[in-house]
Design a protein around this ligand. Sequence first.
Ligand code: HEM
Length: 212
Amino acid sequence: MKKPRFTPLQILVHFGGWLPLALLLFDFFNNNLTANPIQAIEQRTGLNAITFLILSLGCTPIASVFGWKELTQRRKALGNYAFLYAALHVSTFFILDYGLDLAAVWRDVGTKSFIIIGALAFLMLLPLAVTSFNYWMKRLGRNWKRLHRLVYVISPLVIIHFFMAKKGDLSTLSGDIIQPLVYGAVVLILLLLRLVPIKKPLIALRQKIFAR
Ligand code: HEM
């Protein structure tokens, strides 16, 4: 029998990748983006970006611990969707929110330092997006893998940016901290799952369970 062109997971990834943008456009054209549409676009695209970033970060550890190999083939597309939404998020900020007035952005950075953290994360995302093509993968060889380890720095930075944007304060448990806290916990777990002393026993456990 001929192999299907697309796997169900592949379809799900691409459907899920475009859906938030389609919903955003739908809400935009139906005037359904709250009283502050620019802020709503910023918040939605920011949340979409971090969600896809975490999903792509999860592919390798989940594939190795649970043996779901196909996930490693979907990592790139998920990373590209993360970049798409991050680019929309950043463009909304600079173009719609600040009308490309960089002096005004610079003035506000003093009171909104989370912007610097977001900008750092975005600058690090750029080379990952540019080199996501097979051409660069082949050209860079082992350095491609090294470069893409930047995601271990980007994800905690984005979580800090998220916390600060929500005015979260862990010491007083004030601000809207539940969502960034949940996202932060997921990132921490996914990073820990990459550590050999944690990963190895879990893989051994899975192999033991499925060998029965
Ligand atoms: C130059 C880079 C960036 C700038 C200027 C920026 C700007 C902002 C601003 C102004 C907000 C607050 C929106 C509001 O509630 O009024 C925000 C929130 C947020 N940003 Fe960014 N950001 C940047 C990079 C990023 C990146 C790279 C990501 C993810 C990959 C990201 C994810 C988020 C998230 C998750 C929120 C919170 C959304 C929510 O309130 O639910 N940001 N960002």
